[in-house]
Design a protein around this ligand. Structure first.
Ligand SMILES: [Zn+2]
Length: 150
């Protein structure tokens, strides 16, 4: 990035932060030549893999659907909007980093659970009960005890 003041060929990033939900990255830059500072905005473009459903068909990844599911699990839990945004961001990044162009809905569920666990245990159990659709109480108990072990 060229400096807009002296046209020096390089600038140093002194601070960057992501603002969700627009996925904008705000960067504070400084020119090492003239020491002027300026701000740039970049849009982070997520490219999601296709989602393979349990029934076998594939569909486009739906950010809204993911968000809704997570928010339902977090209903009435004391989680701030900032934490929710960071959580969604981490999950989205992890989904995008999958090596394949396809991802199973089960894998998405695992990714959500692995991140949700650190945010809120009740939400974790709620999400797990929907996503893993426990067949019986034993399957549920196994998940809870696994959670306790970790
Ligand atoms: Zn400069």
């Amino acid at each position: 990035m060229h400096c807009p003041f002296c046209q020096y060929h390089d600038t140093k990033v002194v601070d960057s932060r992501i603002t969700l939900p627009q996925n904008n990255i705000r960067r504070r830059r400084e020119c090492p030549e003239c020491n002027e500072r300026f701000t740039t905005f970049e849009t982070l473009q997520f490219t999601y893999p296709r989602v393979i459903k349990r029934a076998g068909y594939s569909c486009q990844f739906n950010e809204q659907k993911l968000k809704k599911g997570i928010m339902r699990a977090l209903e009435k839990r004391a989680v701030s909007p900032e934490i929710l945004e960071k959580l969604l961001d981490r999950i989205q990044c992890q989904i995008c980093q999958e090596p394949s162009k396809e991802i199973t809905s089960q894998r998405i569920g695992q990714i959500v659970l692995s991140q949700l666990r650190f945010v809120d245990e009740v939400a974790y159990i709620r999400f797990a009960s929907v996503y893993l659709s426990f067949q019986n109480i034993d399957a549920f108990k196994t998940t809870i005890s696994k959670l306790e072990d970790q």
